[in-house]
Design a binder for this molecule. Structure first.
Ligand code: FRU
Length: 326
């Protein structure tokens, strides 16, 4: 592949309303902007599976060089990913997977490990009995299925744990507050709640606070975003007992896409690392991530400056051509 040839990347993002997805998109755009020959178009499926299918079909029709997709749910997106592959377009799946491995590669953290990490916090300090509740992400989206699987793989081995039930959410806090409140009113305070992401975890904490029992319940979330509303801050404030880091992998996705197009050998599973963030390391994580952010801002302003220089060069060159008459 000629280095200067234009590369068109089509990314079908599940939605863009939350900060986790916004940060993923930003990382992708920044990474893509480092390559002048790369055009990244991000389409927002707005949490509607039909939209996502339509947008993927448009990418196939436009014959983009590679498709990146974060499927809202696995099952409905599986056939359309296969269709793209059959049409000869490589597909990189990020964060959420389809149902089979008929894609070129996956970039994302291991969600089974995310669930196991949450369970390990609970079982590491086990008294005679513990009451536990789980609040799940959208049914049929792979992180929800895998986080639950990993969580129960460990939790269910401990007879002293009393599993009090599951609340089915859709990743947003509005989906769980009613059900969680009813459950708590029925069974009383529980010791731990594992919530599949930090947005719903904040909702769970608000429910507990309204019932006046927030100090009795330890809440574990997932994502660990940096920033004023992010999971790291919630851990520092004691709203969450812990959060399991779930990196967006935006920059890795672009790098991996370019490797695929460069015919480099790329593993099918490109697993991003996850870790537990609790009150012992929240501060240091925040400091580290702030430093990375500063670097990124610097990089962005440098990219903009280089672009401006280039534009200036071309316009001066054009003036010169006019003056010199060629
Ligand atoms: C963002 C999000 C995250 C969650 C991920 C799972 O849209 O809901 O909070 O970890 O999707 O795919």
């Amino acid at each position: 592949r000629n280095d200067e040839a234009e590369i068109r990347i089509g990314f079908s993002q599940a939605m863009i309303a939350d900060e986790w997805r916004q940060s993923m998109n930003n990382a992708m755009e920044l990474q893509a902007s480092l390559y002048p020959n790369v055009t990244l178009s991000i389409s927002n499926a707005d949490y509607n599976v039909e939209n996502q299918i339509k947008q993927l079909k448009e990418f196939i029709a436009a014959d983009v060089d590679i498709i990146i997709v974060s499927p809202i749910q696995s099952k409905p997106i599986t056939p359309i990913v296969e269709e793209a592959m059959k049409a000869g377009i490589p597909v990189l799946v990020v964060d959420r997977k389809t149902d089979n491995q008929k894609y070129t590669a996956y970039v994302g953290a291991d969600n089974i490990e995310v669930g196991r990490n949450a369970a390990k916090i609970i079982v590491s300090n086990l008294p005679d009995s513990l009451k536990v509740v789980e609040i799940r992400g959208l049914a049929g989206s792979s992180p929800a299925e895998e986080r639950s699987l990993g969580f129960h793989q460990i939790l269910d081995k401990f007879p002293s744990i009393e599993f009090m039930g599951t609340i089915q959410g859709d990743w947003e806090k509005e989906s769980i507050t009613g059900g969680f409140k009813e459950l708590l009113q029925e069974i009383g305070p529980v010791d731990y709640v594992f919530v599949h992401n930090d947005r719903m975890a904040l909702g769970a904490w608000e429910v507990a606070r309204n019932l006046g029992i927030e100090d009795q319940i330890k809440i574990i979330g997932v994502d660990g975003l940096n920033g004023p509303n992010g999971g790291i801050q919630l851990v520092k404030e004691g709203v969450l007992n812990a959060t399991i880091l779930y990196p967006t992998g935006g920059d890795e996705a672009i790098k991996t896409a370019l490797k695929i197009l460069n015919d480099e050998i790329v593993p099918v599973n490109n697993i991003l690392s996850t870790t537990v963030i609790d009150r012992f390391n929240a501060e240091i994580m925040q400091n580290q991530l702030n430093k990375i952010n500063e670097q990124q801002t610097l990089l962005e302003s440098q990219v903009t400056a280089v672009k401006r220089q280039k534009e200036l060069y071309y316009s001066q060159n054009n003036i010169l051509k006019i003056i010199l008459g060629f």
